[in-house]
Design a protein around this ligand. Structure first.
Ligand code: AMP
Length: 213
């Protein structure tokens, strides 16, 4: 099963991907996580990506397209994958289609998690992420058992730099302009499924389980 996760930043794509990863034993490929890992390790890719990310802008297509094509060629993607945060532009969507066609594969589901902007802004303000394992929390909705500490690995929780309110506003603007058109694109491809992203994590899990079997 080949799945794409669509939706605005903060719509819950990472959380829902982790659920699908566990339920269907599929690799979870999150381009944002790959960039953050590269920044942490101070690689050339990380250095190039950082300035765009800090401003709430998209990393240029050519940097992300080859990275994803390379990742999809690995053996663990043969039985399927979850792409979280890619594609984000029509150019990326077309490139993905070509990469998959070369592999004799295609997208089975493009899941769009729908959330209004004001909901996203509130959610991002409270989001905290583990420095160690990347697990995501919310100060009010999904608080860790111990303040500032990850339940999963005991790592330190922090607020992503790009979750600052002014950067979130920019990311939403970029989302509406560059990424939202993908909803029509995948509807035309016949693989779009819309999910209300505001109904709470466990309810979304139930919807996904019913939808995908
Ligand atoms: P995310 O963790 O998915 O919210 O991604 C964080 C940031 O990484 C984004 O705001 C972009 O700057 C960059 N990024 C992640 N995925 C992509 C992509 N597919 N295309 C361009 N930039 C991306």
């Amino acid at each position: 099963m080949n799945i794409i996760m669509l939706g605005a930043p903060g719509a819950g794509k990472g959380t829902f991907s982790a659920f699908l990863e566990e339920r269907y034993s599929l690799p979870h490929i999150a381009t944002g996580d790959i960039f953050r890992e590269n920044i942490k390790n101070n690689t050339e890719l990380g250095q190039k990506a950082k300035s765009y990310m800090d401003q709430g802008l998209l990393v240029p297509d050519e940097l992300v397209v080859s990275l994803v094509a390379d990742r999809l060629s690995k053996d663990d993607c043969k039985a399927g994958f979850i792409l979280d945060g890619f594609p984000r532009t029509l150019v990326q969507a077309e490139a993905l289609k070509e990469t998959l066609a070369d592999m004799g594969a295609q997208i089975d589901y493009a899941l769009d998690f729908e959330c209004p902007d004001d909901f996203i802004i509130e959610r991002m303000a409270g989001r905290r992420v583990c420095k160690g394992c990347g697990a995501s929390y919310h100060l009010v909705n999904v608080p860790p058992k111990q303040e500032g500490i990850c339940d999963v690995c005991g790592g330190e929780l922090y607020q992503r730099e790009d979750d600052a309110p002014e950067t979130v506003a920019k990311r939403l603007e970029v989302y509406h302009k560059e990424t939202q058109p993908l909803i029509d694109y995948y509807e035309k491809e016949g693989v779009l499924k819309c999910v209300d992203g505001t109904i709470g994590r466990d309810n979304v899990f139930k919807v996904l389980a019913e939808m995908l079997g």
